[in-house]
Ligand binder design. Structure first.
Ligand SMILES: *[C@@H]1O[C@H](CO)[C@@H](O)[C@H](O)[C@H]1NC(C)=O
Ligand SMILES: *[C@@H]1O[C@H](CO)[C@@H](O)[C@H](O)[C@H]1NC(C)=O
Ligand SMILES: *[C@@H]1O[C@H](CO)[C@@H](O)[C@H](O)[C@H]1NC(C)=O
Ligand SMILES: *[C@@H]1O[C@H](CO)[C@@H](O)[C@H](O)[C@H]1NC(C)=O
Length: 452
């Protein structure tokens, strides 16, 4: 097993974890491909009691139209305005189009006090400082300080980690270090709990840290608990055993409380009787794709992919939205779920996954922020394959989102996966420039975008 094969394996795990970001599946997606089920609403403008909503399985927009027409034939004469509701279609104009002045590839983001290969690195603010939350963190070999000089092999790993971001977008300071000498490595940020059956074969798809209380430096971390069943018969396992075979099981999405202990953000509590709240067998994986502390309201918004039973390249790439007032982030009962533009926010947990209840399609994991410069929200993401870096915009977090503008095309390192867009808006609060990072085969690459 070589180092690069090990890293590739980890990337593939993440690929499964995050839906289909960069999975090498056939990509014939066009705007005519809709979800496997389309909601067909037959609306009476004069008598709402006569209106019906039916869910029909379809494979294309053309089929959806046919289905709608068939329903029309059975509807009474008073019912009309048949609509295939798709709240995910891009809408409006992206103000960034033709307004990207300059994009500079700055280099790799590295830690100045440790050495690992890793992914994600979503930026979140706590008590006035910014931190990045990484996913799988593969330690470099003992004593190695330059990840490009890391010899092949598996040298240990944790499933997530946290670092302090600095004024230099290429430098982070790793936190929660172990005692390895001469170079320490990071400890896991969200702890496993053996009482819940968790082992080091469990992963945590961590997204952003969102501030709950600035005074005390308390935050909430959203994550997805995943189990890797290791049968050790196929290729190899993430814990370094050879001839293993990992298969992935999504368990549930949850939250942890993060507090400053000795000025270092530390997970002090995981919520839910099993350490998660939203069962991935039934509900969206809230927070797994994007988590954002809205700068213009009291809310935290969390986006996630559909539950595990939803299959199919197109359907798993829809995003579902929930929100909570930041101060209530640890109270499951305070969350609200978005049922689509027509039904709005509800206390009832969303259990219908279609183009009406979804807010957008096809961004994979990314990061949202409010741009002073553009006067709207920007979502930095890498789509679901291909290594292109995109930004889409919206006036409201519920959408609709504009079409994407591509700002960069990354070159995959060793044919690895490129995914997970991160925004670093704190580096230029005017928003005239924006630093963006993303994962390229377990290296974090950094760009600076200058807007016209
Ligand atoms: C899908 O893409 C492949 C490769 O580009 C092409 O050969 C095939 O015809 C496409 N299929 C459809 C249904 O468009
Ligand atoms: C783009 O930005 C870089 C770094 O600031 C600068 O060196 C370069 O001249 C700029 N290019 C253009 C075309 O403005
Ligand atoms: C790493 O960077 C931080 C922030 O710039 C700095 O305070 C610290 O001294 C640096 N550590 C090392 C080992 O260079
Ligand atoms: C891994 O194990 C699963 C379950 O035993 C099996 O279905 C799958 O084919 C195996 N994959 C490989 C690559 O061996």
């Amino acid at each position: 097993m070589t180092g690069s094969r090990m890293r590739r394996l980890t990337a593939v795990i993440i690929c499964g974890l995050i839906g289909s970001y960069a999975c090498p599946e056939p990509q014939n997606a066009t705007t005519t491909t809709t979800s496997a089920e389309v909601v067909v609403a037959v609306v009476s403008p004069t008598n709402s009691a006569l209106s019906t909503t039916t869910t029909q399985p379809v494979t294309s927009l053309a089929e959806a139209v046919t289905t709608t027409t068939a329903l029309d034939n059975t509807a009474t004469a008073t019912l009309h305005n048949k609509v295939v509701i798709d709240n995910t279609l891009p809408s409006g104009t992206n103000p960034l189009a033709n307004n990207i002045e300059n994009v500079t590839w700055l280099g790799y983001q590295i830690a100045n006090n440790s050495c690992s290969h890793r992914d994600l690195g979503f930026a979140g603010k706590l008590g006035g400082k910014w931190y990045s939350i990484f996913g799988d963190t593969l330690w470099a070999a003992p004593g190695v300080t330059d990840m490009f000089l890391d010899p092949p092999g598996f040298h240990g790993m944790v499933r997530d980690s946290i670092s302090l971001l600095t004024d230099d977008p290429l430098t982070v300071v790793d936190l929660h270090l172990n005692d390895d000498e001469p170079v320490p490595h990071q400890l896991q940020f969200v702890p496993f709990n053996e009482e819940w059956g968790e082992t080091n074969q469990y992963g945590f798809g961590g997204t952003s840290l969102c501030e709950v209380d600035e005074e005390t430096g308390m935050g909430v971390l959203y994550y997805l608990v995943v189990s890797f069943q290791c049968s050790c018969e196929g290729s190899y396992c993430a814990d370094g055993r050879q001839n293993g075979n990992e298969s992935l099981g999504l368990i549930g999405a949850g939250v942890a409380r993060v507090e400053l202990i000795d000025e270092v953000p530390t997970v002090t509590h995981r919520y839910g009787s099993q350490g998660w709240w939203w069962d991935s067998k039934k509900y969206a994986r809230y927070g797994d794709q994007i988590a954002y502390r809205d700068e213009n309201s009291e809310y935290i918004y969390i986006w996630g992919g559909p539950p595990d039973y939803i299959k199919g390249w197109s359907t798993i790439n829809y995003h579902y939205l929930a929100r909570v007032k930041a101060k209530k982030a640890f109270d499951l009962g305070a969350y609200e779920y978005y049922w689509g533009k027509q039904k709005g926010w509800r206390k009832q947990v969303l259990d219908r996954f279609d183009t009406e209840t979804s807010v957008m399609w096809g961004s994979g994991q990314g990061q949202v922020h409010w741009s002073e410069y553009w006067g709207c929200y920007l979502l930095v993401h890498l789509g679901i394959a291909g290594g292109a870096v995109f930004i889409r915009t919206a006036d409201n977090l519920e959408g609709p989102w504009t079409p994407d503008v591509q700002i960069f095309q990354a070159m995959p390192i060793d044919d690895g996966l490129v995914y997970a867009g991160v925004a670093h808006p704190y580096l230029d609060e005017t928003g005239k420039t924006l630093v963006v990072s993303y994962t390229n085969n377990n290296h974090i690459e950094v760009l600076r975008v200058e807007f016209a």
